[in-house]
Design a protein around this ligand. Sequence first.
Ligand SMILES: CC(C)(COP(=O)(O)OP(=O)(O)OC[C@H]1O[C@@H](n2cnc3c(N)ncnc32)[C@H](O)[C@@H]1OP(=O)(O)O)[C@@H](O)C(=O)NCCC(=O)NCCS
Length: 152
Amino acid sequence: MQIFRAEKTTPTEIFRQLSELDKQCVGADGWSAESFISEAARESGIVLYAAENSRIAGLICGCFGADQADITSVAVAPECRRQGIADNLICEFISLLPCITESIFLEVRESNSAAIALYKKNGFEQISIRKRFYSSPVENAIIMKKDLNKEG
Ligand SMILES: CC(C)(COP(=O)(O)OP(=O)(O)OC[C@H]1O[C@@H](n2cnc3c(N)ncnc32)[C@H](O)[C@@H]1OP(=O)(O)O)[C@@H](O)C(=O)NCCC(=O)NCCS
């Protein structure tokens, strides 16, 4: 399994597959191909995907600015889970952040125990709860943060 960075020149078909995977994994909140394209085209955007034999198994998407970064999406195809793909995507995402980045933030549904375990394993801590942040179904969001300078 290799990790690739989607960029302006990446074929549209890849962005279509990223959108399909995101929607398969998170439902209505999943991004459109156009949203992935615009994030990948931004200088401060990072869109990575894990693929083998041209099949996309996982993705991570986020952005950075000043001294902080945000992870906006992580998704791994159901049949490829528990193989360390999300772990690897998070590591690669962090390695691409500018060295002035001090913290990374993300939001996760309160009931999403798999994702919460993934983020905790990768050094994220809960910092607050945003009540009724999500719709369909309505649910609280847990806000998590990782301080990069803590671990050196
Ligand atoms: C959450 C998700 C991205 C994890 O992807 P993954 O590739 O299976 O994760 P990894 O194999 O890299 O697992 C890394 C760690 O995360 C935790 N984890 C992952 N899935 C888990 C599960 N189902 N239950 C408990 N812990 C889990 C474990 O700590 C695991 O480490 P371990 O295997 O050494 O125990 C995947 O389940 C997914 O796509 N879910 C649907 C989309 C989603 O919820 N995205 C996050 C939105 S905020």
